[in-house]
Ligand binder design. Structure first.
Ligand code: SF4
Ligand code: SF4
Length: 168
């Protein structure tokens, strides 16, 4: 599998994003029959092209949301109190009522290896990211729109969805 070139990805994403967002809006307005089944198949196909260990762009450019359960699990893993965990690394976003990282890249990302240093105890949001094969698919389309900018897997997923729909 080819390594992800993030500079090349940024150029491709910029070029394709507008069209892909319009395609997603079309899906949202008129969801095709069998969409939930289709996203499972396209998700499998996507991961044949994408190697996250050569990317980690989500950990570099975005923040996960931390639930109280996530904070407790990660704090236990690091042998510190949840209060200390929050003080050291998080901020509370009043609008969405979410705990998020204060800065990017994520403090738990090893920038040399692209590995997560709290992998076993990472937030559920990280474990599920980029949420491609989620049901109901239609409820996650707005998430894909947001992630097109940073996630090569999402860009590939939408590219493959578009190809399928056009060849139907
Ligand atoms: S907790 Fe781990 S997986 Fe989640 S953003 Fe940070 S480095 Fe990435
Ligand atoms: S989920 Fe997306 S952004 Fe994160 S490492 Fe994989 S391809 Fe890169």
């Amino acid at each position: 599998m080819k390594k992800i070139d993030l500079e090349k990805f940024a150029i491709q994403s910029k070029k394709k994003r507008k069209g892909y967002k319009a395609f997603i809006t079309k899906l949202e307005n008129r969801p095709p029959r069998g969409l939930d089944k289709m996203i499972v198949e396209v998700d499998l196909e996507t991961w044949k092209h994408i190697d996250c260990t050569s990317c980690a762009n989500c950990c570099k450019k975005m923040t996960p949301t931390f639930t109280e359960k996530d904070i407790k699990r990660a704090s236990d893993f690091l042998h510190i109190a949840p209060k200390v965990f929050k003080e050291k690394w998080l901020t509370f976003e009043k609008k969405d009522k979410d705990w998020v990282n204060v800065s990017q890249p994520c403090q738990f990302l090893d920038l040399h290896t692209n590995m997560c240093s709290i992998y076993e105890a990472r937030p559920a949001d990280c474990a599920g990211f980029p949420h491609l094969a989620k049901k109901k698919a239609i409820d996650y389309m707005h998430v894909h729109k947001q992630n097109l900018e940073y996630c090569p897997a999402t860009l590939k997923f939408i590219e493959l969805m578009k190809e399928r729909m056009e060849n139907k």
